[in-house]
Design a protein around this ligand. Structure first.
Ligand code: FES
Length: 87
């Protein structure tokens, strides 16, 4: 599992194995749009403020993935223990 801190919502959530960031964020009452939920469409994009994403999507290009500033919340996870997202 890893932690996701939502900077604008002032919440810290735990994302366990087998659940998505998108799921956990929505369950906490934060409105997040999604469409494909397979990492392909770009709808569920969030901005990463801190931490290292573990990109599992096919939407961001290699340069975007390397920059670590965006994450597709429906499929991607974290390499660091904690991500801070601009949500
Ligand atoms: Fe399509 Fe996440 S909902 S990339």
């Amino acid at each position: 599992s890893f932690e996701v801190a939502l900077a604008r919502s002032c919440m810290t959530l735990t994302v366990p194995a087998g659940r998505t960031i998108l799921d956990v964020v929505r369950e906490a009452g934060v409105d997040m749009p999604s469409s494909c939920e397979q990492g392909a469409c770009g709808t569920c994009l969030a901005t990463v403020i801190e931490g290292e994403p573990d990109h599992q999507d096919v939407y961001l290009n290699d340069a975007e993935k390397r920059s670590g500033t965006k994450i597709m919340t429906c499929v991607s996870r974290a390499k660091s223990a904690r991500l801070v997202l601009d949500l």
